[in-house]
Design a protein around this ligand. Structure first.
Ligand code: SF4
Length: 235
């Protein structure tokens, strides 16, 4: 699998676990607030990371590393994702998948075959075609259809998971957060993430401010009206 980044030891990518995190440099969405756009647009600027660098590190450090977080970009757009997960699992490590949920087929296959232990799935907007298109920089109604399928699958699958939304001041209202929370009823955890204006793909978003801690608390309380576990992240 083509990898363009490798953080050998991370304490922040999987709550309660120490992981190695790898990054896939491709994505099928164009979210205007994406802070990884350089990786997607100019992968040639980043050195290739051979899979062996990851597996060799795991073999040497299995006493304190719990698993691998596969992030991006969008990992399900990468060739070789399933085989890479199989390799990690066969070494005795757990796998966390970060995904935008647009490839339910791949998600279902990985979870059903026990190749993923935790899924963190982005939910970019309420289940409204226009709003989802705005938040993902896409026009295809298939995007939302696929995301809906992934949401339903994760809630019903029993696999450990979280849904997460990066809250962008010019895109998401309180009502939007509430609509997302209603959609995600039955999920294990919902995480609201602070917007990072300085790194936004769309330069027009860089004039906005990130939310304060108290603003995030307030948004989390809105979502909590409909969900059992809600938290927020961000500096
Ligand atoms: S935020 Fe995620 S899904 Fe959106 S463009 Fe960036 S990497 Fe892709």
């Amino acid at each position: 699998m083509r990898l363009k980044g490798f953080v050998d030891t991370s304490f922040v990518d999987w709550d309660g676990k120490i992981v190695s995190t790898v990054f896939v440099p491709t994505c099928n969405l164009r979210c205007p607030f994406c802070f990884n756009h350089q990786l997607i647009l100019h992968p040639e600027k980043y050195p290739d990371v051979p899979e062996s660098a990851v597996t060799d590190f795991l073999k040497r450090n299995g006493d304190f590393v719990d698993g691998v977080c596969v992030s991006g970009g969008e990992p399900t757009t990468a060739r070789g994702l399933k085989r890479f997960c199989q390799d990690i699992v066969s070494l005795g490590f757990k796998v966390k998948l970060d995904t935008n949920g647009t490839n339910p087929g791949a998600l279902i296959e990985l979870v059903s075959e026990g190749l993923v232990n935790y899924v963190a799935m982005d939910v970019k907007a309420p289940p409204d075609e226009k709003k989802y298109g705005l938040a993902t920089g896409t026009r295809s109604p298939k995007v939302l259809e696929s995301v809906k399928e992934s949401v339903s699958f994760l809630i019903e699958s029993g696999v450990d998971h979280e849904f997460r939304t990066t809250v962008v001041p010019s895109i998401h209202s309180d009502d939007d957060v509430e609509e997302i929370a209603k959609w995600l009823r039955g999920s294990r955890l919902y995480v609201l993430q602070k917007f990072q204006p300085e790194r936004a793909w769309d330069r027009r978003l860089r004039k906005f401010h990130s939310q304060s801690d108290s603003e995030m608390e307030r948004l989390a309380s809105v979502a909590s009206r409909h969900l059992g576990r809600v938290k927020w992240r961000g500096r």
